[in-house]
Ligand binder design. Structure first.
Ligand code: 5GP
Ligand code: ZN
Length: 119
């Protein structure tokens, strides 16, 4: 069924607690945790508890949960105080754009200069 946990999904295992993560925020619908390979002083991933492969499919099926993910990205930025200096929220979508984990997630990056375009 759409949104159900997938047995081979790394982020479903973080949601269930089967794989440990440094969790910084949780809501009924989302979990936020530090990226294992940070690309900036603040690098937090915000994921829905529901399994969808990417942000677009999450938004199509569960628009409120996608909104929750974005709202939590802002809350992470405020917690980390990068809302003062600027931060970036990224949804890599598809392997060609660098997506490696096919459970929707927002990267929240901040704490250093962030060039645009990102390359
Ligand atoms: P993507 O490349 O799919 O946009 O982002 C996946 C992110 O997940 C990468 O930044 C990667 O470092 C992170 N990641 C991969 N495996 C783990 C893990 O086991 N724990 C945590 N906390 N992050 C992970
Ligand atoms: Zn999953």
């Amino acid at each position: 069924m759409a949104g159900e946990p997938q047995p081979d999904c790394l982020f479903c295992k973080i949601v269930s607690g089967e794989i440990p993560a440094t969790i910084v925020r949780e809501t009924d619908t989302t979990v936020a945790f530090r990226d294992i390979n940070p690309q900036a002083p603040t690098h937090v991933l915000v994921i829905p508890r529901l399994h969808y492969a990417d942000a677009a499919s999450l938004g199509a099926a569960e628009p409120q949960v996608l909104a929750d993910v974005l709202c939590e990205a802002g809350n992470v930025a405020a917690d980390e105080k990068v809302d003062q200096t600027g931060y970036r929220v990224v949804f890599n979508t598809g392997a060609g754009a660098g997506q490696t984990v096919f459970h929707a997630h927002a990267h929240v990056l901040g704490g250093r200069g962030l060039a645009w375009p990102p390359g």
